[in-house]
Write a protein that binds this ligand. Structure first.
Ligand SMILES: Cc1cc2nc3c(=O)[nH]c(=O)nc-3n(C[C@H](O)[C@H](O)[C@H](O)COP(=O)(O)OP(=O)(O)OC[C@H]3O[C@@H](n4cnc5c(N)ncnc54)[C@H](O)[C@@H]3O)c2cc1C
Ligand code: SF4
Length: 327
């Protein structure tokens, strides 16, 4: 069996095919081994289950005989990305090969088919048919249509789709409440990661991310290859404690401006003093060193105002009656 693709989904497909009885399952990916989008752990596990991985090949055509698949013709892929790291595969058309196969599964992404779902709406589509929407509210050009998940971002992780679903639900809730703003107080996700290469981390928590114990022995791998159960190991009790106490060094803190009262308690929590409060003024204040002339000017103004009042108030009192002016 031939699986076309080099991502985590292609690995899932290949391993599943082998579990349901396919033999000689081999993945063909455009990318070199180092560039493969699949995660390193999954590649190793697939190989341990005798899934073949053939790098640097792009499909040209499915070869058939009497209406039945007999193989796939591939051509050599010499590079996958352009100088800006954009997907732009280049091929050597003279280097080709035909790989025999009874079955071919393409695992090279998903296309969007809207059917008639958006007919008559103002929703705009990008060239890949993905919808155009606001990145924070998920609102499309049709006010009451919100989108999120893979269809909006392209393939990502389940957690991204869940997060988008939650934010989309908040937008919908606000949309149906009269006078509510869709954007006020929303998390803008403009997170700028800390440049960790430029930080002296000595003295900080440097415990590495814990790795679950995974048996790489052949017997374990072949037992795993026959089962749909997750046979990967789990953390030991000690690893759980270590992982749970590990500082994520995320560098990200977010204060809800509507909730924060500026008490400063949070600054006492982080043992690395990553959190601090900064007083911000609506307009530029006066530098402490230049305070004197400003104070003198204001004192003079005040004296002039008091002197003027001392002159005008007795006259007012004479006219209207009342107590004599006092400093
Ligand atoms: C093989 C595979 C393995 C993956 N493994 C992982 C993994 O290990 N971890 C991880 O985090 N992510 C994984 N992902 C990615 C993850 O599944 C997706 O990122 C996530 O499911 C996206 O969620 P979604 O809600 O945007 O879309 P989907 O989960 O695709 O849901 C879209 C839903 O819309 C329905 N639908 C489509 N058209 C219509 C219509 N016209 N009317 C009504 N309903 C419609 C579909 O039936 C479907 O139920 C994997 C993906 C694949 C394909
Ligand atoms: S806020 Fe402090 S404790 Fe939290 S991750 Fe950042 S450095 Fe670590």
């Amino acid at each position: 069996m031939v699986v076309i693709g080099g991502g985590n989904v292609a690995i899932d497909v290949a391993r599943t095919a082998a579990r349901v009885g396919s033999t000689g399952v081999t993945m063909f990916s455009l990318e070199s081994r180092a560039e493969m989008p699949a995660s390193a752990d999954e590649i190793v596990e697939a190989e341990e289950e005798h899934i073949g991985i053939d790098n640097g090949w792009g499909p040209v055509r499915i070869v058939t005989e009497n209406g039945k698949v007999t193989g796939v013709e591939f051509r050599k892929c010499v590079s996958v990305f352009d100088e800006n790291r954009r997907f732009s595969p280049k091929f050597d058309d003279k280097t080709t090969k035909i790989v025999e196969a009874d079955y071919v599964i393409a695992s090279i992404g998903q296309a969007i088919d809207w059917g008639k779902l958006l007919e008559g709406t103002k929703v705009e589509l990008k060239p890949n048919k993905g919808p155009v929407a606001d990145a924070i509210t998920y609102q499309t050009a049709e006010g009451d249509i919100f989108v999120g998940g893979d269809v909006f971002t392209g393939p990502r992780f389940a957690i991204d789709a869940i997060a988008a679903g939650k934010e989309g639900a908040i937008s919908l809730h606000r949309y149906v409440q009269n006078g509510q703003s869709l954007v006020m107080g929303r998390l803008k996700r403009n997170y700028i990661p800390l440049n960790k290469d430029n930080v002296d981390l000595d003295g900080y928590d440097n415990i590495p991310r814990q790795k679950a114990v995974h048996s790489h022995d052949a017997a374990h791998s072949m037992a795993a290859a026959k089962s749909f159960r997750d046979t990967r190991g789990t953390f030991t009790p000690d690893q759980i404690k270590t992982e749970a106490s590990r500082c994520l060094a995320c560098g990200a803190t977010y204060a809800d401006e509507n909730m924060c009262v500026g008490c400063g308690l949070c600054t006492t929590v982080c043992k690395f003093e990553a959190i601090s409060l900064v007083r911000k003024y609506d307009e530029a204040g006066v530098d402490f060193r230049e305070l004197k002339p400003h104070i003198v000017k204001n004192v003079l103004k005040r004296k002039v105002r008091i002197a003027a009042r001392n002159i005008t108030r007795p006259i007012d009192n004479l006219i209207h009656g009342g107590a004599p002016a006092q400093e």
